[in-house]
Design a binder for this molecule. Structure first.
Ligand code: NAD
Length: 392
């Protein structure tokens, strides 16, 4: 069976998730399209890189990503660094002829996102695959929603309402990690989590054309975290730790108009006590509605307009063996999947794309379009007017 050697850059939270995906993919999806081999792991912090080599079973570690780019044995590069390093690593990898999966948001600036999409397009002509890690559109329940939309069962889509609500930033003593620094992250909640639901909304209802938005920063300064992986609010720093200003958004709310004529709204915050990974999608069509909540990711609620009046209402479909990827994951109804299986599904789609030489649905130009929507959201928050999504 074909083997693909993996070089992974950034050994934090997402580094772990990519390794889980690569390692489990052939165990769930068999016969696998190819077997990923954990070749080299890179982290800018040598202690993290050396530790990750042992933990994740890589053959080598390095603290310089160019060792991966320059290694002719590496076929595939996973980019799992903070956002401002995505462009230089991904573009160097594509130019070296490596297939690239890059975490979201695609980049920390729109300019970098556009450069990445152009590099991916040039590489595409040589059979190189690019993929942005917008894994939530691969949740089987949302793939089922997309099937209902595409086959016309929901009729004409009128409205799409999405939220992404988390709580881990609500405590002011949660440290100022890279996610709260514009120079590294590019944006706050907008790039970190709103981007995911922008991708889902565009996956289900097509391109967003115009937005009008509000952006808020509630906690203006935080105790500084010096380097290391983002501990995502699991550590609180006391008053003795120096504070620095937060220069990114905590919360974003915006109305959207789609090219199709549908309308909708998106709300995202990391300051919502009680909400954990509260990704919701409610979509109303002329023939029915769907509702999804990631906190119950194995369920899709559907209401059909043509059900009799006395029994019309949302019913719950539990996704399992009968649905997308269900045969491969767990072929007994009710066993359910979680985040680990989702990243495994993502890696399956990535490796399959390489083997079948077909760009995945989240290729770099798709990640770039999310960034273009984010740019319009940021502009509208300044101008307080509807802003068009500008495509280049
Ligand atoms: N798809 C998802 O669900 C999801 C979830 C979380 C994070 N992410 C994305 O994944 C990326 C990484 O986030 P994370 O939570 O894993 O961060 P993290 O802080 O846990 O880990 C980042 C790691 O990258 C290393 N690093 C920093 N700059 C580097 C460089 N130039 N070269 C090599 N290593 C470098 C750091 O030392 C750290 O170990 C971000 O783009 C983030 O938005 C995606």
């Amino acid at each position: 069976m074909r083997k693909l050697n993996v070089g992974l850059v950034g050994a934090g939270f997402m580094g772990k998730a990519h390794v889980v995906g690569y390692s489990n993919m052939p165990k769930l999806f068999w016969p696998a399209p190819a077997i990923p081999v954990m070749k080299t792991i890179c982290d800018i912090d040598p202690a993290i890189a050396a530790d990750a080599k042992e933990r994740f079973g890589f053959e080598k570690w390095t603290d310089n990503y160019m060792d991966i780019i320059n290694d002719p044995d590496i076929d595939v590069v996973s980019v799992c660094t903070p956002n401002n390093a995505h462009a230089e690593i991904a573009i160097a990898a594509l130019e070296a002829g490596k297939h690239v999966i890059c975490e979201k948001p695609i980049a920390s600036t729109l300019e970098d996102a556009i450069r990445m999409a152009k590099a991916a397009k040039a590489a595409e002509e040589k059979g190189i695959i690019s993929m942005n890690a917008y894994q939530y559109r691969r949740v089987p329940a949302l793939v089922l929603a997309k099937k209902f939309i595409d086959e016309g069962s929901l009729g004409k889509i009128l409205n799409v309402r999405c939220t992404y609500l988390q709580s881990w930033c609500a405590d002011p003593s949660s440290p100022l990690s890279w996610r709260f620094q514009k120079a590294i992250a590019g944006a706050g909640t907008l790039g970190d989590i709103a981007s995911h639901v922008i991708d889902i909304a565009q996956y289900l209802a097509g391109d967003i054309d115009e937005v009008v938005s509000m952006m808020r920063t509630y906690i203006k300064e935080r105790p500084v975290q010096e380097g290391g992986v983002d501990l995502l609010g699991t550590v609180k720093l006391g008053d003795d730790v120096p504070k620095a200003p937060v220069d990114v958004d905590d919360e974003d709310s915006f109305l959207v108009k789609f090219k199709s004529g549908a309308v909708g709204s998106i709300e995202a915050t990391r300051n919502a006590w009680g909400r954990n990974n509260f990704i919701t999608v409610e979509l109303h069509g002329t023939l029915g509605s769907i509702y999804f909540n990631y906190e119950r990711l194995n369920e899709l609620q559907v209401c059909w307009a043509n059900d009799p009046d006395d029994r019309r209402g949302f019913k719950t479909i539990y996704t399992g063996p009968a649905h997308f990827y269900g045969e491969a994951t767990w072929n007994i109804p009710g066993m359910n999947i979680g985040y680990g299986e989702l990243k495994t599904i993502e890696m399956y789609d990535f490796i399959r794309a390489i083997v079948e030489q077909k760009q995945p649905s989240t290729k770099f130009s798709v990640g770039c379009r999310v960034e273009q929507v984010c740019a319009a959201v940021e502009k509208s928050a300044q101008t307080r007017q509807w802003e068009k999504v500008i495509e280049e």
